[in-house]
Write a protein that binds this ligand. Structure first.
Ligand SMILES: Cc1cc2nc3c(=O)[nH]c(=O)nc-3n(C[C@H](O)[C@H](O)[C@H](O)COP(=O)(O)OP(=O)(O)OC[C@H]3O[C@@H](n4cnc5c(N)ncnc54)[C@H](O)[C@@H]3O)c2cc1C
Length: 292
């Protein structure tokens, strides 16, 4: 087939995406690819762009929900070793876009680089986290970013310096299609101190989140410094359910999906929470998840 000619070894058609997301639901990707190097990534992007087909990046699928009818065009996953490299150089870490946040955190803690320990237990990849400037315990990943390598929707490879990047609450200016790698800089702190902090934060996080085995996603952004979890709880919505999707009784900002859950039920529960919080507290909560 002309569209994927030369890329047959890395492209799959009608690939189920549910297992690649935290809620473990939704349909297939029309095309799905795991490029093994930057040339394949760029080549694929150019090819699908020439055919005017949509292209999306997926990381750990922690904040992506797949529609039941599936996703048209191409979904790219930077899971190959080339995109999962991590290197430490003094106070700096260079990480591929596909690096797991858990690996990023453990590397920083081991090397005595302070900050990432705050991300204890946060699911995701470096690329996904930078895309939406993930934050936890009052610190955001963009704070440490010094540069990034990105690929645009037309297949151009660009280097973004610190001056060219802007980060705000759950937002970054890295809106190009793919974040391939990034370099971060940190303050030093004894590794033993960071390990202790990491362990404490991990315990607190585990106690407040739904059980690890559950299919759960963190749904809304905080509102003007107020925690979305508290606002949803204040609106009396803990435990509310639509079909097989339920608001967690541990933390109201988590939706937990049962085995028969659908994307449509997630969307209806999001709408229900937004309208109820608006009606009761006059606050318009914004979702932090993306529905494909
Ligand atoms: C249990 C749980 C707890 C969470 N707690 C928090 C929290 O405390 N704070 C917080 O900020 N978030 C939280 N989240 C959300 C999530 O962890 C972060 O948003 C995470 O950084 C997303 O990374 P990901 O790789 O899973 O991205 P995905 O969910 O796969 O993708 C998210 C977005 O990033 C884009 N993207 C992914 N990879 C790339 C790439 N390489 N280049 C360009 N774009 C890319 C996708 O297209 C999509 O638009 C939580 C999620 C869960 C499930």
């Amino acid at each position: 087939m002309e569209l994927i000619k030369g890329f047959e070894h890395i492209v799959r058609e009608n690939e189920p995406l549910a297992a690649l997301t935290r809620l473990r639901l939704g349909g297939v990707a029309e095309y799905y690819a795991e490029p093994t190097n930057i040339d394949e990534l760029v080549g694929l992007i150019k090819r699908f762009n020439e055919h005017d087909l949509p292209i999306r990046m997926i990381g750990n699928g922690s904040s992506v929900v797949i529609r039941d009818e599936g996703v048209s065009g191409l979904v790219i996953h930077l899971a190959a070793p080339e995109f999962c490299k991590i290197e430490v150089n003094g106070n700096k870490i260079s990480a591929g876009g596909g690096v797991q946040l858990a690996h990023f955190v453990s590397t920083a803690v081991r090397e005595g680089l302070a900050g990432p320990e705050n991300f204890a237990g946060l699911p995701g990849t470096v690329g996904g986290a930078l895309h939406s400037n993930a934050d936890a315990n009052g610190v955001a990943i963009g704070t440490w970013a010094q540069s990034a390598m990105v690929v645009t929707r037309t297949g151009e490879v660009l280097a973004r310096s610190r001056d060219e990047m802007n980060f705000a609450y759950r937002q970054s200016s890295l809106s190009e299609l793919a974040i391939v790698s990034a370099e971060f800089e940190f303050e030093s702190e004894p590794s033993e101190e960071l390990t202790k902090r990491l362990q404490k934060l991990w315990i607190v996080q585990r106690a407040s989140q739904p059980a690890y085995a559950e299919n759960a996603a963190y749904i809304f952004k905080d509102h003007g410094g107020e925690s979305a979890s508290k606002l949803i709880e204040q609106a009396g919505l803990k435990g509310t359910r639509v079909g097989d999707v339920e608001i967690s009784d541990r933390d109201a900002n988590y939706f937990v999906a049962g085995p028969n859950a659908t994307c449509d039920e997630v969307v209806r529960l999001v709408e229900l929470v937004r309208s109820q919080v608006n009606e009761r507290l006059e606050i318009d909560l914004q979702p932090g998840i993306t529905i494909w």
